[in-house]
Design a protein around this ligand. Structure first.
Ligand code: 5GP
Length: 188
């Protein structure tokens, strides 16, 4: 038996270039009761990207972990695998869990944990999203594929999310998300 009640699971989803990575980093900085899960991916690390952004691994290693039932959820996104490792409760230490994942994964988590809270983030505009994607140095074809995917996913995200927020001002978005999380905690 654990001393802790079940953690709140906060799923943060939204299109590439919306600022999810920055936002979840800031959430866990601001609220010490939050724990950020680190995903595995077979995508190559981008220039300048932190080596800790993911566990960067080979397709063989990823598939081995799937076989060993080592993922809470996983998916293929634009030709690469991404997955949330099955959580290690001792590392979480009674904190609430934040997952920064795309929509297919978000849906899998909601199926397993109906109480999980899904926050879907929207960019202020397509132009701003494209500008942010270009700022990461991705090649044109990748940027185009991500923009197309974002457009297709937006209505699904709006439908399945518990909260939809537009990231037009980083600090305000973070404040709003912390308020959502606090409110969800108080309802439990
Ligand atoms: P990126 O390549 O831009 O880092 O991530 C691509 C997409 O994969 C983003 O929408 C990101 O949120 C999502 N993603 C990152 N980690 C995971 C994960 O563990 N599972 C799922 N389903 N998606 C993830």
């Amino acid at each position: 038996m654990s001393d802790h009640p079940d953690p709140l699971i906060v799923v943060v989803s939204g299109p590439g270039g919306v600022g999810k990575g920055t936002i979840v980093d800031r959430l866990v900085e601001r609220d010490s009761r939050l724990w950020l899960s680190r995903s595995w991916t077979t995508r190559e690390r981008r220039d300048g990207e932190s080596p800790d952004a993911y566990v960067f691994c080979s397709a063989e290693d990823f598939e081995g972990r799937i076989q060993a039932s080592g993922f809470l959820e996983w998916t293929e996104f634009l030709g690469n695998y991404y997955g949330t490792p099955a959580p290690d409760t001792s590392a979480i230490g009674g904190r609430d869990v934040v997952l920064e994942i795309e929509l297919d994964g978000a849906r899998q988590v909601k199926q397993q944990f109906p109480d999980a809270v899904l926050i879907f983030l929207l960019p202020p505009s397509r132009e701003e999203q494209e500008r942010r994607l270009r700022g990461r140095g991705d090649p044109n074809d990748k940027i185009f594929a991500r923009l197309k995917k974002a457009e297709a996913e937006e209505p699904i995200g709006r439908e399945i999310a518990d909260h939809v927020l537009t990231n037009d001002d980083l600090e305000r978005t973070i404040d709003e998300m912390l308020a959502v999380i606090e409110n969800e905690r108080s309802r439990r």
